[in-house]
Ligand binder design. Structure first.
Ligand code: ADP
Ligand code: UDP
Length: 236
């Protein structure tokens, strides 16, 4: 496996081509961004922690029958993944009210959402990732009805698997964002699952253990990520 050219440099990861046209390398950097890239800081060890966290979670999801991008862990900061044709829409599942839902609908933070909600956001920083619906997806050709139905079904199946996994380790999975793409026409989970893209609260204390520590200037960001990683069984 040879790393070739830089294909794309995002806010937190760099994507490289390889000598296999079907595979890419995702490099997790220490860059941490919030507010659509308005605030960017370097947090030591974040690339390594998120890479290993993501690999651990994706492996659990693969074992539970979810099609994922992951092929192999390459190094502390890199993972080999299937090259996906990414769907430009992010899927958000919420078990408790937090973040933009609280602001948008005036729901009390922490309220249990039963059944959990499923929302779609267009991946577009310049437009601040606006909320969209299935009709927009169809009209603008972002994803077909059939593919969207699969994304929704997988998003909820992932909720069942991960809510249980985090619950056992003493955490509430409050909400999370997923990105899917197509691999040989099959909807496949891509990007990453790490505390950068989800909310995790400690069950006993409701302490925030995710990127809200960075967004809200609470400090101890990576220490919290490492604590979650340790308790769910990630080898750092
Ligand atoms: P952003 O683009 O939001 O700044 P990142 O820094 O995480 O985010 O960049 C990673 C980019 O790689 C994202 O645009 C994501 O959609 C894309 N990506 C993630 N996984 C894959 C994959 N398996 N195949 C192709 N592209 C991917
Ligand atoms: N999220 C993300 N990337 C985004 C937007 C949201 O990873 O571009 C995650 C976020 O970390 C949270 C969930 O998706 O776990 C729901 O985010 P929300 O809509 O509440 O927006 P926020 O308040 O984070 O801006």
């Amino acid at each position: 496996m040879k790393k070739l050219a830089e294909l794309y440099r995002g806010k937190a990861k760099t994507v490289y081509t390889t000598d296999n046209p079907d595979l890419l390398i995702l490099e997790f950097r220490n860059d941490t961004s919030a507010f659509d890239g308005l605030r960017i800081e370097q947090l030591e060890r974040k690339g390594m922690v998120n890479n290993k966290f993501n690999y651990f979670i994706m492996t659990k999801l693969h074992d539970a029958g979810i099609p994922t991008q992951v092929e192999a862990l390459l190094s502390d900061n890199e993972v080999i993944v299937k090259k996906l044709e990414m769907v430009p829409v992010e899927c958000v599942v919420r078990n408790r009210a937090a973040g933009s839902l609280v602001k948008r609908l005036g729901i009390e933070e922490g309220k249990i959402l039963n059944p959990p909600t499923f929302e779609l956001f267009l991946k577009n920083d310049a437009l601040h990732d606006p909320m969209v619906n299935d009709s927009h997806c169809k009209t603008f050709g972002w994803v077909t009805d059939e593919q969207l139905a699969k994304m929704k079904k997988l998003s909820y199946k992932i909720n069942t698997v991960l809510s249980k996994l985090f619950d056992k380790a003493g955490f509430i999975l409050v909400d999370y964002k997923l990105e899917f793409g197509l691999s040989n026409g099959e909807i496949t989970l891509g990007d990453e699952f790490s505390p950068d893209g989800c909310r995790l609260w400690e069950k006993d204390t409701l302490k925030k253990m995710d990127k809200d520590r960075f967004r809200q200037g609470l400090g101890g960001v990576i220490e919290a990520y490492e604590e979650v990683a340790k308790r769910i069984g990630v080898q750092l």
